[in-house]
Write a new protein. Structure first.
Length: 207
């Protein structure tokens, strides 16, 4: 998983509430088990007409936001079904951060497992960031995860907080399994100590 440390990029405005996972990636694209290849279907029902042609009015089809790496929306982003394909599609398209006042819990957790920062900021701030984003490529946002600061195009810095363990995993580029594997030596040392000092527990350790 790619590390998330500092991101400067174009933000796409999506001023909608209750953006559910079926909107992010419709159910007919859920047959794949790979994390790649879904970006072309991101927001498919909003991006494309029935004949497959682009809808020119949808934000990600407009020239200024085709390369957006940040998405700014409103409350309850990622609600609906628990499909992990939703963050897969966002990440494959190139979205590294979604900013909203609130997220559905499962989607929120799945983002961290896939190298995406779901950034919770107050509604009033999101309104201002959407105003920034509407200026397109002429106005970029910078998100510094290590410093936990977002910098607007005018230079204003906005502090934010991310739960420490999740922040650490993003900075290291590790999902939960990767974080466990990275600490395997500590686990092995603990088990060896238990075997020495409490040999009657060795059977339980050995499964």
């Amino acid at each position: 998983m790619e590390k998330f440390t500092r991101l400067t990029g174009v933000a796409a405005p999506l001023p909608m509430v209750n953006v559910d996972t079926d909107m992010v990636i419709p159910k007919n694209y859920l047959k794949v088990t790979e994390r790649t290849g879904l970006g072309k279907h991101l927001f498919a029902e909003m991006r494309f007409n029935e004949d497959g042609s682009e809808r020119p009015d949808f934000v990600l089809n407009r020239p200024a936001w085709r390369q957006a790496e940040i998405l700014v929306a409103f409350e309850n982003f990622g609600c609906g079904s628990s499909r992990e394909h939703a963050p897969w599609a966002l990440r494959d398209f190139g979205i590294r951060c979604v900013i909203a006042p609130s997220f559905a819990d499962i989607f929120f957790n799945n983002c961290f497992k896939n190298g995406i920062l779901p950034l919770v900021l107050p509604k009033a701030v999101c309104v201002e960031l959407i105003d920034d984003a509407e200026r397109g490529a002429n106005a970029t946002l910078t998100i510094d995860l290590e410093a936990q600061e977002l910098t607007r195009p005018d230079g204003e810095c906005i502090a934010f907080e991310v739960e420490p363990s999740r922040r650490s995993r993003l900075l290291e580029g590790l999902d939960e399994i990767g974080a466990t594997v990275a600490r395997a030596h500590r686990i092995d040392a603990f088990e060896a100590k238990v075997r020495r000092n409490q040999p009657w527990r060795a059977t339980a350790l050995d499964g």
